[in-house]
Design a protein around this ligand. Structure first.
Ligand code: PGA
Length: 281
């Protein structure tokens, strides 16, 4: 299975969400078979998540009604597992937040808790994105704390790491990223189902500059090795995503790089057609 996540960042409106979902679903149902091995995750701004969740939930309920009609059953005849399968497991797209607080709750004006994200339908949360590390001064220690809170609330964190231009120029990228991984990902008192790490070189985010396949392969190899050596005891599965200027023209070759198990897509994910093409590449 591959994880293809859309990070809308601070973009999108209610109208945009309607259009995006309509366009995504139209193609999704035509390509149902190809999506069997893809976990598509949408991470919109938090203000839109609840709305998008209820739209997806309504589709699930319509589907449930159709199944009930076809099988001449009433809703009451469905077991909890059957309902969960249709409403949650078979969703065309899962939802994720773009950040959550390192605290469970309390006097933290403007912050959003992991539990709140869970309550509005999220299964994932992006943590440690370079834009948060830079603009909100998030250290590896804060990211580690957020990961613990996310896990405690049954959210799968998508943990971002990546070096800037200068570090790459000085050929210190491997050392830097491995250090970020060891410091940002907690090992004690945690259990990951999926351990999802997104390697996002900062110099590639939003710039249109994509590393060569050799550069991606080098990092993917080093990161996977570090993850396997240090975290295989606290997770069931490891997914390494690549992020940075991904589009439908480069997604296929990036996904073909050994150890790359998915993508984190920013700008190109705002266009549902483009995101779908990336999912199907
Ligand atoms: P980009 O962003 O695809 O627009 O480069 C990726 C990200 O920041 O997750």
């Amino acid at each position: 299975m591959k994880i293809i996540a859309a990070n809308w960042k601070m973009n999108g409106s209610f109208d945009d969400s309607d259009l995006w979902l309509e366009s995504f679903k139209k193609k999704f149902y035509l390509e149902l078979q190809s999506f069997k091995n893809i976990e598509a995750v949408l991470c919109p701004p938090s203000i839109l998540i609840d709305y998008i969740d209820s739209e997806i939930m309504q589709d699930g309920l319509d589907h449930l009604e159709l199944v009930a009609q076809k099988q001449s059953r009433s809703f009451d005849d469905f077991s909890e597992d059957e309902v969960k399968k249709i409403l949650i497991d078979e969703r065309p797209i899962k939802l994720g937040g773009q950040d959550c607080s390192a605290e469970e709750k309390g006097a933290f004006t403007g912050d959003i808790s992991a539990n709140m994200l869970k309550e509005i339908g999220c299964e994932y949360v992006i943590l440690g994105h370079s834009e948060r590390r830079k603009n909100h001064f998030e250290s590896d220690e804060i990211v580690a704390k957020k990961i613990k809170v996310a896990l405690a609330n049954n959210l799968t964190p998508i943990i971002c790491v990546g070096e800037n231009k200068e570090i790459r120029r000085d050929k210190k990228h491997v050392e830097f990223v491995l250090n970020q991984i060891l410091k940002s990902i907690p090992k004690d008192d945690v259990k990951f189902g999926k351990l999802v790490v997104a390697y996002e070189p900062i110099w590639s985010i939003g710039t249109g500059v994509v590393p060569s396949l050799e550069q991606i392969e080098e990092m993917a190899k080093e990161i996977s090795k570090a993850l396997e050596e240090n975290f295989s005891g606290v997770c069931d599965e490891i997914f390494l995503l690549y992020g940075g200027s991904v589009n439908s023209k480069n997604s296929k070759e990036i996904l073909s790089v050994s150890k790359v198990g998915g993508l984190l897509v920013g700008g190109a994910s705002l266009d549902a057609e483009e995101f779908l093409k990336i999912c199907l590449s």
